[in-house]
Design a protein around this ligand. Structure first.
Ligand SMILES: [Zn+2]
Length: 264
């Protein structure tokens, strides 16, 4: 990581507690989205450089198409809910990357990547919308920020934080990647049950607002669970199913279906 990126980061460590749109849960997030931006830009550029970006295939175009519809929906939602100030932090980008990993993620601010390895499970545009909605929800709810804030404190402690982070940019970078859900083969950091429930609920609304049938979401998650076999895919390792996921999603369905009807 470049020195400037983590210096900006350290500078932001002593800010605030914020609130998750939708649930109103307050969270401990030391970093503002602007403070995370240099890290995001650097790591997203690296991810695109490390893999082949698929632009011409049907699926490559679908990822971009779903992304744009979802972005419009999310911005509308945030304005309607009184979180218009969060919209200015969004700088969307959507890419399909060639890679075997069954994974997709969204960095803070809306930089999204899908890997071709997840396409057999998403199967179609609506399946892509389920994953996209869920990942964007993690970003909108600042889950990575919350995880990173915790990770930095756990690894460095409050007192020696600025000095330690400055001396260990590799660890700081590792914490960031894990917080977003990228992780590495040996270090998977699971989103908590609390974060998964929030992302499921918001993701359902986002896909519905974007015009995709939210009833496909529980079906997708069943398909993902069934694909696990002996080695669970990256996506399931980082996004563990809260118990009775399908049931919980279906409980949220009437609310989501109102948004779906409104999208037509
Ligand atoms: Zn998740």
């Amino acid at each position: 990581m470049k020195k400037t990126a983590y210096l900006v980061l350290i500078f932001g460590l002593f800010s605030s507690c914020s609130t998750v749109p939708l649930t109103g849960r307050s969270q401990l997030a030391f970093l503002s989205n602007q403070e995370l931006q240099p890290l995001v830009n650097e790591e997203y550029a690296k991810a695109l450089k490390d893999s082949e970006v698929v632009t011409t295939s049907t699926e490559g175009k679908q990822v971009v198409k779903v992304g744009k519809k979802m972005a419009a929906a999310v911005e509308k939602y945030l304005v309607e809910q009184g979180y218009a100030d969060l919209v200015k932090d969004l700088d969307w980008e959507f890419n399909l990357l060639k890679g075997d990993q069954v994974n997709a993620w969204c960095m803070p601010g809306g930089k999204v990547a899908f890997y071709t390895g997840i396409l057999p499970i998403t199967q179609n545009e609506t399946g892509i919308a389920v994953v996209m909605g869920h990942e964007i929800a993690h970003a909108v709810a600042s889950h990575a920020n919350e995880r990173m804030s915790t990770g930095l404190v756990v690894n460095f402690g409050f007192a020696a934080l600025s000095a330690a982070a400055g001396q260990n940019p590799t660890l700081t970078q590792e914490i960031f990647l894990q917080s977003v859900g990228i992780g590495s083969e040996f270090k998977m950091l699971q989103f908590s049950r609390k974060h998964e429930l929030e992302a499921d609920r918001m993701g359902l609304i986002f896909m519905a607002m974007a015009g995709y049938d939210p009833r496909e979401a529980p079906i997708f998650w069943d398909r993902m669970a069934a694909s696990a076999g002996q080695a669970p895919p990256e996506f399931l390792s980082t996004h563990p199913g809260p118990d009775r996921r399908a049931e919980r999603l279906n409980a949220r369905m009437p609310e989501a279906l109102k948004y779906y009807e409104g999208s037509k």
